[in-house]
Design a protein around this ligand. Structure first.
Ligand code: PMP
Length: 400
């Protein structure tokens, strides 16, 4: 019957309903700061958000948002192409274009709409898309809608990408290569220098999703492409306002003037209401802070280093390099769930990630750092992880 396919999910939900608190969709009762909240009655350190610069609770952003709500009302009630383009949206687009040093930017209502919309539109039925096998759901959704031939390359493998582009022959010039800056689940950074060199060699186009890297990487916070020094090779950058900028919404920028025409072809831009002006105003303020306070980025990386080193020294299976996203991998589902509950009981909220959201068959406790975390909070998180080892709920990577 129609609903059979939901049975496995229903069983999983039942399994998780043994306790009041569920790892998926736990309810935040109160926000205390960018790094602390009350989740289902328990005060916890928030180590499973994407609040990389701690801007979700910045008084300046809140004030900008309140003033815009008073000036413009609560919502636009319409599409950007109808009545929903307010001066706030246009100003943010100009500011994003200026931030990236390009001529054009588009503001979307969500990051998902930005990525999906661009991937669905830039390549069409006569074109080819080469996407990283571990791409985010919004990329997969978009490319399916594009009608283009879809080919996956092995995660972050320039060799595999080059091999597949070579096989395309003449069609390489009609190919859109897609990569992410920082990958959301394991926190690894794409080898963009190598990818850009291959793209150049074959005359393909490159789109980079900087959702987790904008504000986080690069000399001025433009992201992984800036950090890799290959911005001139990137044809399109997409990203979100829901992570380092602490609000919600998405963007696309390009050094190609055609972006302003593409705008009128993106269904996820046209057939949805534009973002609320109060949200846009807070994003504009957050962007100003990103530009004026680079020390936040430094603090984020200091914090990421403290957490990464702490967990690695415990012998936990973390990734190969420091990143604001530090994932601890588990092969056993029961153990991962029990570990999540024990961390929660120790006052630490992290993300539990299960396949297919995790890039392999493994389960993850995904920790994300913020510039706003204090060293004491990070040490508390590390101590909570030591408790997992003591309870036999996590296995050290090495015997040492
Ligand atoms: N792209 C990537 C790589 C993401 O990780 C996400 C969100 N997790 C999105 C796009 C969508 O962004 P948003 O949640 O702001 O809609």
């Amino acid at each position: 019957m129609l609903f059979d396919k939901f049975q496995a999910m229903a069983d999983f939900q039942t399994e998780l309903s043994r306790r009041d608190v569920k790892p998926f969709g736990a309810i935040t009762d109160e926000v205390i700061s960018a790094t602390e909240g009350v989740v289902q009655g328990r005060r916890v350190i928030l180590a499973g958000t994407n609040n990389y610069l701690g801007l979700s609770y910045d008084p300046r952003c809140i004030e900008a948002s309140q003033a815009a709500a008073a000036q413009w009302g609560t919502g636009t009630t319409g599409s950007r192409l109808a009545n929903g383009s307010f001066a706030e949206h246009v100003a943010l687009e100009a500011e994003m274009a200026d931030f990236y040093g390009v001529g054009q930017a588009i503001v979307f209502s969500t990051g998902y709409a930005a990525t999906m919309g661009m991937c669905a539109t830039v390549a069409g039925p006569d074109d080819v898309i080469l996407l990283d096998a571990d791409s985010h759901s919004s990329i997969y959704s978009g490319v399916k809608l594009s009608g283009a031939e879809i080919i996956r390359y092995r995660h972050s493998s320039p060799d595999d990408l080059a091999k597949r582009l070579r096989r395309l022959g003449d069609r390489a010039g009609r190919t859109l290569v897609i990569a992410e800056g920082i990958y959301s689940m394991l926190g690894d950074v794409a080898p963009l220098q190598e990818i850009a060199a291959i793209k150049r060699e074959y005359g393909a186009y490159l789109l980079v999703d900087e959702a987790h890297s904008m504000g986080v990487l690069g000399e001025t916070g433009r992201g992984a492409a800036q950090a890799a020094g290959i911005e001139d090779d990137v044809d399109f950058i997409v990203g979100t306002f829901s992570k380092s900028l602490g609000a919600v919404g998405g963007f696309a920028i390009s050094r190609h003037a055609i972006l302003d025409t593409i705008r009128y072809c993106i269904r996820a831009y046209i057939f949805t209401a534009s973002s609320s002006p109060s949200v846009v105003a807070s994003v504009r303020q957050a962007l100003r802070i990103v530009r004026e306070e680079p020390e936040r980025r430094e603090r984020l990386w200091d914090n990421a280093t403290r957490l990464y080193n702490g967990l690695r020294e415990l012998g936990l299976p973390v990734g190969p390099a420091v990143s604001p996203v530090v994932a601890v991998e588990f092969t056993d589902r029961e153990q991962a769930i029990a570990a999540w509950y024990q961390l929660f009981d120790s006052g630490v909220y992290v993300n539990l990630v299960v396949p297919p959201a995790s890039p392999s068959t493994n389960f993850l406790l995904r920790n994300s750092m913020s510039a706003a975390h204090t060293p004491q909070q990070i040490d508390h998180i590390i101590t909570a992880y030591r408790g997992l080892l003591d309870a036999g709920l996590a296995t050290p990577k090495t015997a040492a």
